[in-house]
Design a protein around this ligand. Structure first.
Ligand SMILES: *[C@@H]1O[C@H](CO)[C@@H](O)[C@H](O)[C@H]1NC(C)=O
Length: 214
């Protein structure tokens, strides 16, 4: 598993240095499969879900999660994993209603939420927490596909509903003015609206099992 991660990072570094190849590779719509490394784009503002080694100065004090205006940043990669109690293999498809976890590639922490208040809007805080050997149900998000189709696809609008609190992963144009200047707040809200729609954008997508390379 560790070896696979190292290989992935190497692949990403290569792709990173040739941005055009990276975009070309993403023009064909693909299935989002387990093990894939994706950037999650906030549909309305186009910012990408992001984390970095900056703790929140309020709430839980855990590692902060923001949304980031640029496309290129390596701190916006997340690995799509199933819940800890499920056996899924790399390349398995992810049907509507699945419980998933998103692991921040650089810091290995999980996208997490809980009953702390988010710093700007006072909704539920979303943090990055735990690691390879530490996970709990606060890391569980239910996939809710918007529109048609029962399988999670790249470029398709989805919501991620936090299992413990029932709140949706959310962002909006409320921006931080210090430290992470210009980045937007990410939080979780119980109300379903246009600001909790996300799209799997750039990334390394493992081919769906049973699909062969053309
Ligand atoms: C996905 O499941 C949710 C219920 O969890 C449902 O409301 C939604 O319509 C489903 N999406 C699709 C595309 O079937």
């Amino acid at each position: 598993m560790a070896l696979i991660s190292v290989a992935l990072v190497a692949v990403l570094v290569v792709f990173h240095s040739s941005a055009s190849a990276f975009v070309d590779a993403a023009t064909e719509r693909k299935e989002v499969t387990y093990g894939s490394v994706i950037k999650l784009q906030h549909e309305r503002t186009k910012f990408r879900l992001h984390s970095h080694e900056v703790p929140y100065g309020s709430g839980s004090g855990q590692q902060s999660v923001t949304s980031f205006p640029g496309v290129e940043d390596g701190n916006s990669f997340w690995i799509v994993e199933p819940s800890a109690d499920k056996e899924h293999k790399q390349g398995d498809l992810i049907p509507n209603g699945s419980t998933v976890r998103l692991q921040h590639m650089r810091t290995r922490k999980w996208l997490h939420s809980h009953l702390h208040r988010s710093p700007i809007s006072g909704n539920l805080e979303v943090s990055a927490f735990g690691g390879d050997d530490q996970t709990d149900t606060g890391d569980y998000w239910k996939l809710v596909i918007e529109g048609k189709g029962n399988i999670w696809m790249q470029d398709q609008k989805v919501r991620l509903r936090h299992v413990d609190t029932n709140a949706y992963l959310h962002s909006h144009d409320k921006k931080y003015s210090r430290i992470v200047l210009g980045q937007q707040e990410v939080c979780a809200v119980t109300k379903k609206n246009a600001d909790n729609l996300w799209i799997a954008a750039e990334g390394i997508y493992f081919l769906a099992k049973g699909t062969s390379v053309a």
